[in-house]
Design a protein around this ligand. Structure first.
Ligand code: KG4
Ligand code: ZN
Length: 360
């Protein structure tokens, strides 16, 4: 069975459209990427230091028809078998733009639409074409999957491609959110994660001893808000920042510019603390549940130090390490086409309604 799928992603600040040729059953699905378009809204949200939902909505509405023409427009629709659209989780006004667009295409071209779960998109991203060697399904499972993004930090025990159980998740901030907030404290450009990683390369990861929240707790939950606050207090104690009012991080009133070496050491030490917690807990889950693989996905999986650390630890333990190529870690529509195909194979029907809190 072969299906040409149009993926549509509008859950946050990237408008994504992709054409994917999907084949194979649940035991060994295959994906060939025919087109992958992403229109980033970085410039729009940059002045606000974070995603503004209504601006995101406006940009998606503007970008969707442009990307649709770019991908081939009506000509492509003739060959198409299925449209897969993200229904959640994410920003509901943003999600609705993609859902409404998919319904318009369904009406105009008579194609079916399937709802896709954004988190399943991340989870399945290791199935996308990849430079690393292929591993056969029977030797993959059980697996432990770590999904790390701007909105989520989740650890799953994956039995096969359609069965998994949540082991734990963050109790407050997602790790990507912590990267973004610390980047803001350091006045790095938006989006913070990649900028912080770049700066961390110049710093000493052992320079400052930031806390490793919940690292020794028996459960598989995470907490990153205290780590972010430690960075804030560290800056404040050195006279580089005022204490924030309530929960808002106040960067505007900083007193002196932070010296470059200190900035780099803070970035490197914060990153080391976050990565150590993620790695330790993931590897403990892998040992406890006899995992044959560790899967890493989501925007923060683009972080090279995190990938390197998990690669090293999985090698030591003698298990597979599965991660998508860089371009499929941050939000894209290829993974949404893949998630839609998997939902179709699993006979999983998500309602075509925006669900901001959809769970994996
Ligand atoms: O999956 P994603 O693109 O969107 C969501 O579903 O949230 O993840 C975005 C998150 C942001 O918090 C961003 O700062 C973070 O991923 N991120 C990174 C890196 N690249 C993106 N965090 C750390 N290091 C990176 N290289
Ligand atoms: Zn995402």
């Amino acid at each position: 069975m072969k299906k040409i799928i149009l993926g549509i992603e509008t859950s946050c600040d990237e408008t994504g459209l992709a054409l994917v040729l999907a084949s194979g059953g649940l035991a060994s699905p295959k994906f060939k990427v025919l087109k992958n378009l992403v229109a980033s809204q970085i410039k729009i949200h940059e002045p606000f230091g974070g995603v503004v939902p209504n601006l995101a909505k406006r940009e998606h509405l503007k970008n969707l028809p442009i990307l649709f023409r770019k991908i081939g427009g009506g000509r492509v629709m003739e060959k198409l078998d299925l449209i897969s659209v993200t229904v959640g989780p994410g920003l509901e006004p943003a999600l609705w733009t993609g859902i409404t667009f998919s319904k318009e295409l369904r009406k105009k071209y008579g194609k079916s639409v399937i709802g896709a779960n954004h988190l399943e998109g991340h989870l399945y991203s290791f199935l996308l074409p990849n430079r690393t060697k292929k591993i056969k399904a029977p030797t993959l499972f059980p697996a432990v999957a770590l999904i790390v993004s701007g909105g989520h930090t989740i650890l799953l025990l994956v039995k096969d491609l359609k069965t998994w159980k949540k082991l734990g998740e963050t109790r407050d901030d997602a790790v990507g959110e912590a990267f973004d907030k610390v980047a803001r404290l350091l006045k790095l450009p938006y989006p913070g994660g990649p900028a912080l990683e770049k700066l961390a390369r110049k710093g000493n990861p052992h320079g400052i001893e930031f806390p490793r929240p919940m690292i020794y707790d028996k459960n598989f939950d995470f907490s990153f808000s205290g780590l972010k606050t430690s960075v804030l207090y560290y800056l404040r104690d050195l006279g580089y920042s005022h204490q924030p009012s309530a929960n808002r991080v106040n960067v505007k009133k900083s007193l002196n510019p932070i010296p470059q070496t200190l900035m780099a050491n803070i970035a490197a030490s914060f990153q080391a603390a976050a990565i150590e917690v993620l790695t330790k807990k993931t590897m403990r889950a892998a040992r406890e549940f006899g995992a044959k693989s560790v899967m890493l996905s989501g925007g923060v999986a683009a972080n090279k130090s995190l990938r390197t650390e998990l690669k090293k630890e999985t090698k030591k333990m003698g298990v597979n390490f599965l991660v998508a190529d860089q371009k499929y870690n941050t939000d894209n529509a290829v993974m949404i086409a893949a998630a839609g195909y998997m939902a179709y194979l699993r006979k999983k029907k998500y309602p075509l309604r925006a669900n901001g809190n959809l769970e994996v």
